[in-house]
Design a protein around this ligand. Sequence first.
Ligand code: NAD
Length: 449
Amino acid sequence: MTRDLTGDFQTQRQAVDHIPYPTLTVRRDRLARLARMTKHHQLEIIRAIQTDFGKRSDVEIRIAEISSVLHAIRHARLHLWHWMRPWSVSMPWRLLPARARVSPQPLGIVGVMSPWNYPWSLALMPVVDAFAAGNVVMLKPSELSPATSALLMRLVPQYFTHEEFKVVEGDVEIARRFSSLPFDHLVFTGSTAVGREVAQAAGANLTPTTLELGGKSPAIVAGDADLDKAAAAIIFGKGMNGGQTCIAPDYVLVESRHISALTKALSEAIQQQRPNDQAATHSINVTHQQRQDALLQEAHDHGCRIIDHGAHAPALIIDPHQGLQVMREEIFGRCLPVIGVNDMQAAINFVNARPHPLALYAFTLDKGLQQQLLQTTHSGALVFNATLLHHAVPSLPFGGIGESGMGAYHGRHGFERFSHLRSVFYQSKRTPSHMLYPPYRRWLMKLIG
Ligand code: NAD
């Protein structure tokens, strides 16, 4: 496919040049249309996502794909007037009576590249924040969720002009060319490996990027934790979307003396939450399913104990060797290694010896340990006694650090991420020029110190 993307891009550039600062009313209207597009076509969205996945729970689609977008829009529409207001900053007394403030300004055209795992919400969540900040958007959804991408392609022009919001479908070649366009900001959600390529392509244009990447998010279970509650939360996070969630717990670290009790609790949680393999989301395609099977097979061949409750439910791999594939790559599926460590310091060392994760989950009520984790580890988010729920707090910045990404969005953080925070200085008419400009007075040097 050899599509020319520059024509679409130029159309948007002209629109931005024509209206560089959309008003509050225009932005709220764009957000309202985005909400209507999501609300009025819920059944089509559910059907498209189920077509892409083969099988996916419609309750999960409603929670994670539809209502997450609607909540984000509601939050932005409610707070936008406040976010858009310039704010004054304090002035050093030497420069008084001048004034200074910060004035958020739209960047222009924001490019969004989205993955297949939450094909509606991860395509639209960055659009919400980009619209709130007064930008127009070009979106390239994933080719691995073609039914949802086709639905976006069909619905978006019914609610938006091409100048406001353009969807571009296509394969990896189109994705490469998309990431080479001279956007004013580019948001990429996907794997760390592709994120590197996207950042390089954007770097050639000096386009700033927000990279929402993946990695292995650990769950640490401390000795004081309620094992049943910890297991329920871990299986909730792993079971959601068949483990195909960027912030799913990737593996569990627990003190060795508790490993068999925790394994039992995890196993019970699987049976409770995913009985008879029901209500489990399937892998996005055969290749991904086969990859999970291969991870399990390799662990089995190396003598690991495996507890498998069905083809689509979380599968526990007890104490795998660190050289196995399941411990070297992001799992992004139903496998869940459970690893014994001597103590909590060993768990922290284990996490710190690996790239910074997108989320770090810790199950403990011990304030000292909580403080230790806060001060001695790095991660996009640190979550105590729960999994995934931080994603639903619109006032928390969502993003990674190091290999799990750069830059964060959601709520006000997204508004500021996709705005230019412009410094504005107002000199006072009461400041006499001769006080500042050459020839310099002796007393001025004293004043500067
Ligand atoms: P991916 O990196 O394989 O693909 C993402 C997008 O990049 C696709 O649309 C694809 O067309 C495009 N692409 C592929 N090769 C490219 C190239 N060379 N240049 C430019 N674009 C290219 O990711 P995926 O498999 O769709 O998603 C899974 C990954 O995404 C996991 O690692 C997961 O952790 C991560 N993820 C992160 C977040 C987050 O918010 N941090 C959310 C969801 C998924």
